[in-house]
Design a binder for this molecule. Sequence first.
Ligand SMILES: Cc1ncc(COP(=O)(O)O)c(C=O)c1O
Length: 393
Amino acid sequence: MNTIFSDRIADVPRSFIREILKVSLDRSVISFAGGLPNRDLFPAEEIKRATSRVFELYGNDIFQYSNSEGDLKLRQYIANRYKEKKGLEINPEHILITNGAQQGLDLIGKTLVNEGEGVIIEEPGYLGAIQAFSIFRPRFLPLAVSEDGVDLAGLKAIAASEKAKLMYTVPNFQNPSGITYSEQNRREIVDILAGKNTFLIEDDPYGELRFAGTPKTPFAALMPAQTILLGSFSKIVVPGFRVGWIVAPEHIFNKLLVAKQASDLHTCHFTQYIIHQYLLDNDIDAHIAKIVAAYGGQCRRMLACIDRYFPADVSSTRPEGGMFLWGRLPGTMTSLDLFNLAVKEKVIFVPGDPFYTTGIKSPAFRLNFSCVDETTIETGIERLGKAIRLLAK
Ligand SMILES: Cc1ncc(COP(=O)(O)O)c(C=O)c1O
């Protein structure tokens, strides 16, 4: 059949999560399916004040077209923060402000991926990355992740075949699994990839949301010439402004900039200025500490409830930060079957299937803990425990 659609878009999976969210419109349903930061923690008053200040300081200039790289003051702030928090030396001229980290993925795909080229993707992996890269029709090379990082034997085999152009990673509090790559796993990845023609994408929107354990060394420190680092204000300030960034080596940066110009000329100038003003006038560390305390409490409560209400043979990851954890059903049970029973018990989550590029029927599932208060977490996990027992019958 003739179609008006490009081949490029035909192969891109629809966002499964959007479909699930329809069910969550029913207010009696408890949703662990979303992936949103907690709206009660948005610094609304501070942003209001920052907005007024931006008007006072810049007048009509803030409504003008601007440069594609992004506001240099904001890029300088980001570079300074990397230095202060992680000891990373980053040239602000190599930071490209984007419409969220999500646009960073699209620009990287445009800049680096030809049809049929290999992209290593974590399994399970971030849905938005699977979607963003699918547009460029790569050959996905799935690589399993477990509690301490990626499958190193699998990576060695892929690296030996020289087929991977990119390796996409979320090394801190991964979406969807909540796992963090250990120091050892990171160093072995670097040993395997260093000097090869594979760029590592370090997507790190959750890195500052650590509520347990100790920070790990970023790939941008271990292998700077081969790493493209993505960051975002979505999880530490607000997602709706759509301000994120890419840090890339100069020759890659220059091409990403061309892709950015072709896409949208520049990221909204006004929201960049507001975020920068907000950062200047407020204590962002204190704000992040508030988010971390809330999410840490919610995660601990969810884990305690899992221990209490789930059958003992259902396993789960124990995240040290971020917004998600990953459960796994025993035997031949599938998370899609569980989903159908759970909806009847008025609780939902995201089944594991869409986080894989290989079309499997997954026994695993993602639970979000950032958006649900602790009492509701207790009720929701109790309901889910009941659904699991029904499925096991
Ligand atoms: C791993 C990962 N990368 C990127 C994004 C997109 O972030 P942004 O809002 O900065 O576009 C998300 C959002 O949930 C994410 O989980």
